[in-house]
Design a protein around this ligand. Sequence first.
Ligand SMILES: [Zn+2]
Length: 205
Amino acid sequence: MDFLVEGYKKFREGFYKLNKDIYEGLSEGQHPKALFITCVDSRINPSLIFNINPGDLLILRNPGNVVYAYDDEIDYSVAATVEFAVYKLSVRWIFVCGHSDCGAMRALFQEKDFFKNTPKLHEWVESNSKIRNIALDNSIEKSSDFFRKVEYQNLINSLNNLKEYPFIKELLKRNEIQIKGLYFDIKSAHVFIFDEEKNDFIIID
Ligand SMILES: [Zn+2]
């Protein structure tokens, strides 16, 4: 774990030394500006990409940045975190962020053998099989951007499920919460935002 210790030393000598006041303030409690739901993928580092300080972003990750329906029993962690963010921390911005080259999306198209040591991963991926079916139903050609389309579809589906959470639905009606979809392209490090009216992903510049 040398790399961890080395990194920690740099953190203590660098960022922490320069920002002791941030940690001092945060020891009293947190007031994050937003909840950020993204994939577990190691290449997605929201704090780095958006230049976020400690305490400013509540981050929740799972394989494939999947938000299941509120009453779905697959996973409570997203619903529990959204409740916590909205009711206990008064968060009024929620971002769901997908990304390019997402393994969880590719896993949707793997043979059963691929999951022989990973039954829980298989269960997780299969719970999201709706996305595979949409992609196959729409006969998206297996072109170079096939997986990007699947990643987009998955993100839109997660956004729709989140917007259908009963309390989120109410807050949206009253315009008291904002929900946005983002997509991170790893190679270019560009971020795209989902434009609902245009039904398209627009690059942020
Ligand atoms: Zn991913």
